[in-house]
Design a protein around this ligand. Structure first.
Ligand code: 13P
Length: 287
């Protein structure tokens, strides 16, 4: 059964590790992430962006697929199904479809409006036992056509949003989605520290987990990050493994064109990437 992410992140915060949110794109992705979590006895959060939800034929399809897999694959570790960077409308659609966690990304609204909409969603989510993530300070890079500049959040605004009763908070600390450019200045630990000082026990979320050096990830966890989002890195390893298979001409040998064979190396590559991240995040054995 799907669970809210609130409990697993509280535990992560107390235990000084982070739970990975791995974004899913299709059946192979979902199965790879769930099996890796089960094999490593790790809690896990499946992230679904609005674009990915649409691609997978809608949120209800995603809920059906994930619930089916939990049962058929006998997944017993805690799993949350989480809307990633949701608009106000998408939040309501996912609540209705059966997601167990949502992110309302109101970072592009003026802070007053972000507060107002977040407050409303806090109430709705609390009634349904769904966990809620909010965002302050837009996160850079491009994700599904949404472009942020990678700003650092204002710790006082973070405190205002944290106090509304959300379960975890995403705050920009110089992190960006996708690959990091050569001249990236790195994470602002000063900002992270200031946010955590003000928000106390609130689990913080680090978006843009792809390509952040391991020492920075560990320091971020030390300073209060309890959830780390990873998307691009699984896409890169899936693409590289699939490319290798095709370039070696394997799709043209025997029944190598069978999708179950063609997509197998990419599937294994996702599993490997997810396991590596879980090791770095410290969530293995914490289910
Ligand atoms: P990456 O694609 O950079 O790993 O970021 C994922 C993310 O933050 C999803 O919200």
């Amino acid at each position: 059964m799907l669970v809210s992410a609130a409990e697993m992140l509280k535990k992560a915060k107390a235990g000084h590790y982070a739970v990975g949110q791995f974004n899913i794109n299709n059946l192979e992705w979902t199965k790879a992430v769930l099996l890796t979590a089960q094999e490593n006895n790790s809690p896990v959060i499946l992230g679904v962006s609005e674009g990915a939800g649409k691609y997978m034929a809608g949120y209800k399809t995603v809920v059906g697929m994930v619930n089916g897999m939990l049962e058929e694959l006998k997944i017993t570790v805690p799993v949350a199904l989480h809307l990633d960077h949701g608009s106000y409308d998408a939040c309501y659609k996912c609540i209705e479809a059966g997601f167990s966690s949502i992110m309302f990304d109101g970072s592009h609204y003026p802070i007053e409006e972000n507060i107002e909409k977040t407050k409303e969603l806090v109430k709705v989510c609390a009634e349904k036992g769904i966990s809620l993530e909010a965002e302050v300070g837009s996160i850079g890079g491009e994700e599904d056509g949404v472009i942020g500049m990678g700003e650092c959040a204002d710790p006082k605004e973070c405190k205002m949003i944290a106090d509304l009763g959300i379960d975890f908070l995403a705050a920009g600390i110089g992190n960006i989605h996708g690959k990091y450019p050569e001249n990236w200045a790195g994470l602002s630990f000063e900002t992270l520290d200031a946010i955590q000082q003000l928000t106390g026990e609130m689990p913080l979320v680090l978006h843009g987990g792809t390509g952040i050096p391991t020492d920075m990830i560990k320091k971020a966890i030390d300073l209060g990050v309890s959830k780390i989002n990873v998307n691009t890195e699984c896409q890169l390893s899936f693409a590289a493994a699939t490319r290798k298979y095709v370039e070696e001409g394997k799709d043209q040998q025997g029944k190598g064109y069978d999708p179950r064979k063609l997509l197998a190396p990419g599937f294994e590559a996702i599993k490997e990437t997810v396991k590596e991240k879980m090791e770095i995040f410290g969530s293995i054995g914490k289910a």
